[in-house]
Design a protein around this ligand. Sequence first.
Ligand SMILES: Cc1cc2nc3c(=O)[nH]c(=O)nc-3n(C[C@H](O)[C@H](O)[C@H](O)COP(=O)(O)O)c2cc1C
Length: 203
Amino acid sequence: MNKLVHPTPLDREIKLDASKIIMSKTDPKGIIEYANDYFMEISGYEEYELMGQPHNVIRHPDMPKVIFRLMWERLHKGENIYALVKNLAKDGRYYWVLTSFDTKYDDEGNIISHYARRKAAPSNAVFQIEKLYKTLRAIEERQGPDIAEKYFLGLLEEKGVDYDTFILSILETNASVLSTYFGFTGQNAVKEKKGGIFKRMFG
Ligand SMILES: Cc1cc2nc3c(=O)[nH]c(=O)nc-3n(C[C@H](O)[C@H](O)[C@H](O)COP(=O)(O)O)c2cc1C
């Protein structure tokens, strides 16, 4: 299997069609098994290049590790999570997405797949989260991800909110509106979170 060369980031944004979903599916370890047409169009890759690759092929270096750490912790527990993500296209351009991550199980409760559904991120939300992500990345680079995580927890503690409430406040919305926005209904609607690194702090 060929390993993809990570592109050099360019300071140029790809504008997304707000009505479209960028979707991908992975195995339990985050190896890409499927991506829809809009994913391929925006990322600039061909299917034969992406399938079988780890999902960090589109990771942008501006993304803090602590956000993915939180995402994986929640997915391993079967909890849905929303995150604002800056992704890197093959040509080095970037695109901001609001991503809904979730998990599918077999009858015995084993994880079969993870799913990510992404839509264009609202620009005022990007404006706010970009500032935080810059701070987190700078801490990670100089002090490591554990210290960045502590800083993030401190910030949430100061605001008196957990991660989900924080993201919803940045998006100026609530969980049920967001569920509908991604087309989730009934059983697929956002699941209540049960724990995670933020739970450790807020009990
Ligand atoms: C279903 C699914 C979708 C993902 N989508 C993205 C994505 O769009 N961008 C991204 O940078 N990482 C995504 N990830 C997370 C990556 O697997 C990886 O954890 C992340 O890029 C951090 O890379 P690193 O672990 O090498 O630091 C996704 C993971 C899963 C399970």
